[in-house]
Design a protein around this ligand. Structure first.
Ligand SMILES: Cc1cc2nc3c(=O)[nH]c(=O)nc-3n(C[C@H](O)[C@H](O)[C@H](O)COP(=O)(O)OP(=O)(O)OC[C@H]3O[C@@H](n4cnc5c(N)ncnc54)[C@H](O)[C@@H]3O)c2cc1C
Length: 288
């Protein structure tokens, strides 16, 4: 995976979440089919808070491995799982043909702003999960990184040390939380490189399509929407079509700044739709 990301070509990847019903499942497969021609380096499928989507994540990643040309990366979190349960899930991923895992701690069961409590005989940090996977499985492991620091990190320095600990445990690539400003991403890369983190760090892109949902997601991540973004989209709050078009322009400019500044690629949070990602690709003049 690391070689693929660093092959010289920019790496594109897409993130999906496990659908809750049949209509959602259809939408997911439509998005996968529409994005497959872009030949992403990988596609990833999230793991629901508290392990709620465990079976669906295993099933969807297994089907991607079997029925498409894509490389699935299955997310896995420590939330609510003992070591034995984590081993069972990893066995299920292996049996489904999934050899790439994004190892995460997960948010505290009470929500991102509450205190973290690990499960009985469970793991404390994502770096422990990386070690656990590397000890028992022949899998390539990725991890999360945070352009403005994790919401409960003591400092940006400590946050970068956590990323180093994940690499030392065996992680070979990182994907960031949605980037709001290119400069935050480059500052993260600089902090990490200064500590000897040399794995590729792929910036996460959340296309701006709707003021309320974007504001909510930014708030959930414990951050604030940059003033320069707010100034461009807030005046369009009453005209959703215009807001969406401006949001796509802002996201495209962000992608350009990231790629021109040396990011190894882009990871799109698709929310199981392909249209916005395809529009950004068209604006970036990336064709299938
Ligand atoms: C790309 C990406 C994908 C994600 N996918 C999912 C998903 O599928 N499902 C889901 O539920 N959540 C997902 N999340 C959210 C993620 O689980 C939360 O942000 C979680 O709070 C932190 O996870 P982590 O893996 O970074 O944890 P960690 O690296 O363990 O960090 C958690 C906190 O502990 C601190 N910490 C870590 N190690 C140490 C240490 N040794 N000593 C002291 N403090 C330490 C860190 O500073 C941080 O504040 C994703 C996030 C990203 C960026």
């Amino acid at each position: 995976m690391r070689e693929l990301i660093e092959s010289g070509e920019k790496s594109f990847s897409f993130e999906f979440f496990p659908p809750k019903d049949e209509a959602g499942e259809e939408r997911l497969w439509r998005a996968i089919t529409e994005l497959e021609p872009y030949r992403p380096t990988f596609v990833s499928v999230t793991y629901g808070a508290g392990g709620s989507s465990r079976d669906t994540t295993v099933r969807i990643t297994g089907r991607i491995a079997r029925e498409t040309s894509l490389t699935p990366v299955a997310h896995l979190t420590c939330v609510g799982h003992s070591r034995a349960e984590l081993a069972e899930i990893l066995d299920a991923y292996r049996e489904a043909g999934v050899a790439h895992i994004l190892a995460l701690r997960g948010d505290p069961p009470g929500g991102p702003h509450t205190e973290w409590v690990s499960a009985e005989d469970g793991l404390e940090y994502a770096s422990d999960l990386v070690s656990f996977i590397k000890e028992h499985y022949d899998a390539a492991v990725g991890v999360a990184a945070f352009p403005e620091g994790h919401v409960s990190a003591e400092s940006l320095e400590q946050d970068a040390l956590v990323l180093k600990a994940k690499q030392d445990a065996g992680a070979e690539f990182a994907v960031t939380e949605m980037v709001l400003r290119a400069s935050d991403y480059f500052a993260l890369v600089e902090r990490a490189r200064a500590l000897g983190v040399d794995m590729p760090i792929i910036p996460g892109i959340m296309p701006i399509l709707n003021l309320n949902s974007m504001s909510r997601m930014v708030e959930l991540s414990g951050r604030e929407m940059p003033d320069e973004v707010r100034a461009r989209i807030e005046p369009l709050a009453e005209t959703p079509e215009e807001l969406r078009a401006e949001g796509i322009r802002i996201s495209t400019e962000l992608c350009e700044a990231l790629l021109h500044g040396g990011a190894p690629g882009l990871h799109f949070y698709t929310l199981n739709f392909s249209k916005a990602t395809r529009e950004i690709f068209a604006a970036l003049q990336i064709t299938v």
